[in-house]
Design a protein around this ligand. Sequence first.
Ligand code: 13P
Length: 255
Amino acid sequence: MKRQIVIAGNWKMHKTNSEAMQLANQIRIKTMDITKTRIIICPPFTALAPVFEIIGDSKIHLGAQNMFWEKEGAYTGEISAGMVKSTGADYVIIGHSERRQYFGETDETVNKKIKAALENGLKPIVCVGETLDEREAQITLKVVGKQIRGAFDGISAEQMSKIIIAYEPVWAIGTGKTATPEQAQEVHGEIRKLIAELYDAQVAEKLIIQYGGSVKPANAESLLSQQDIDGALVGGACLKADSFSEIIHIAEKLQ
Ligand code: 13P
């Protein structure tokens, strides 16, 4: 039996509030017939509250793209998990490779953020993935394994049931280069094995592992058909309601 497919859209630094509300509304209309697939949209912080109003009582979930681990205080420019939660969001992307690359995030900060998110009732979508150099040096599994052990240090099996892992090979993000379904499946299978080792078989079996990196309507079916690929974290193709809803409809048919 296939696990529920979860399709999330990471809007990154795109869309003013009026543009965001328009896109969210188009996605809402185009996915009204969806009953099985879980849909999550992650606009920038500024658009969270207005987008929440737009998605209203539809089945679309709202997520943020980041947060800080402290509750409150003198941290100019930062946003806490409680603030994210207060917008209506129930998910948060943590440790995206762009945050690791440009904003100095480490496995340790990712771990702190995951704990703070869970404490505030947010479900983390935790990103892992190797760079091109690391893949060429054939250390993909080692790199991803280290990221996972670091991210989930001190996280209980019960907490793990609220977490989604997104495997996003850095070389496939925004490049148009997608991992082949076989390349992605191999890493997803290894991630599930590692989670079984760190927790147990049941936690591993239930875990949602999304693939991210140039997912588009043309490659969604072959990726999502893989045994251990349970969803997608979509960047570029989620900025247009047509392509995002097409990916969601492909997922819906596979369940
Ligand atoms: P692209 O789909 O644009 O490659 O982005 C993937 C991503 O980083 C989603 O978080």
